[in-house]
Each structure stands twice: as C-alpha cells, then as structure tokens.
Design a protein around this ligand. Structure first.
Ligand code: ZN
Length: 87
C-alpha cells in the first residue's frame, strides 16, 4: 500500500524523490531539500506548514497517512462550509 503514503517521482537518473512533508508531524524538525524540483519549497517541514493549496491537493490524492489527514480533513470541511454556507 505504498501509494497511500508516498508521492513518488522517479527520474531518468534513477533517483527517487517524494514529498517527505506528506508523512511528517514532528513540530520542531526540518531539513533542507535537495530534490531539485522546480516547485521545491527548499525546506522540508511538517505537513501542517505546507501551503493550504498543496495540503488540499495531497489530501485529495489520498496520499496523506491518517494520523495526519484526520486533523486536516475536518479543517477543510469547515472552511468549505463557511465558503459555501448554503450547500
Ligand atoms: Zn525539494
């Protein structure tokens, strides 16, 4: 069930990268990223520190483990309800 946890990208050089932040809920820990992606954020930190649009994308893809996603699905549901109160 690897696809539930990792967003994988395999380059033609054989390197494997994934967004560590999808599995992180560590608070004080981070590291510099060497992935070389054009969309690289430069620093790897917890999922909760990702920009909201990226959090939403990863949640929609279903790749965020439950121990992290359970805190966020609720939050997005509330925000969408506030944005569309009559739905
Ligand atoms: Zn990176």
């Amino acid at each position: 069930m690897l696809k539930e946890f990792l967003l994988l990208r395999i380059s033609i050089r054989g390197e494997i990268t994934f967004d560590y932040s999808t599995t992180m809920d560590e608070d004080d820990w981070g590291m510099d990223c060497q992935c070389g992606s054009k969309s690289c954020r430069g620093r790897i930190r917890d999922f909760k520190y990702l920009p909201p649009d990226i959090q939403k994308k990863y949640l929609d893809l279903g790749i965020v483990p439950e121990y992290i996603s359970k805190n966020f699905q609720k939050e997005f549901a509330v925000k969408e309800k506030l944005a569309h109160p009559h739905q």
